[in-house]
Design a protein around this ligand. Structure first.
Ligand code: CUA
Length: 153
């Protein structure tokens, strides 16, 4: 008897959750945070700024540099990059295939890269050293080998 009550309770809760997720996803057009613009995943290599991955000095913006990354299973381009100490950098990243993570260990950068979307984050590198970039979204058999490195000098 009690089992039946719990079963009904459980199923009802499940339906409520699914409804909420469904409504927010389809009606409100929910997008994961930090995904501001879109890019066609098939044209990433020929679309600026992703046609030139790496660090670039910029003028007249709130940040001094733009650091562009392209992720694809199972690596990042560039595989290693040097950033001057104290630089205010806008990190701009996307993925060519599946969802990847973009976590820079020891910093406050932690983004989700989704096909079709551009993830951006502005930060200042005020600590010298090597910072490992890791993928924290499971993306396939090579997931654990997917890394890059930011060297702040
Ligand atoms: Cu890319 Cu996990």
């Amino acid at each position: 008897k009690f089992e039946k009550i719990w079963l009904i309770f459980g199923v009802t809760t499940l339906i409520i959750f699914l409804t909420v997720i469904g409504v927010s996803a389809f009606y409100l057009g929910n997008q994961p945070p930090s995904c501001l613009a879109t890019v066609n995943p098939e044209n990433v290599d020929t679309t600026a700024p992703f046609n030139e991955p790496g660090l670039k000095k910029v003028e007249g913006k709130e940040w001094d540099y733009e650091l562009v990354f392209v992720a694809s299973a199972f690596s990042y381009n560039p595989g290693k990059v040097e950033v001057p100490l104290g630089a205010k950098v806008k990190v701009i990243a996307t993925t060519k295939d599946v969802i990847h993570g973009f976590e820079v260990a020891g910093t406050n950068i932690n983004m989700m890269l989704e096909p079709g979307f551009i993830s951006e984050y502005v930060t200042t590198f005020d600590k010298a050293g090597e910072f490992l970039i890791v993928c924290n979204e499971y993306c396939g058999v090579g997931h654990h080998t997917m890394t890059s490195k930011i060297e702040v000098i």
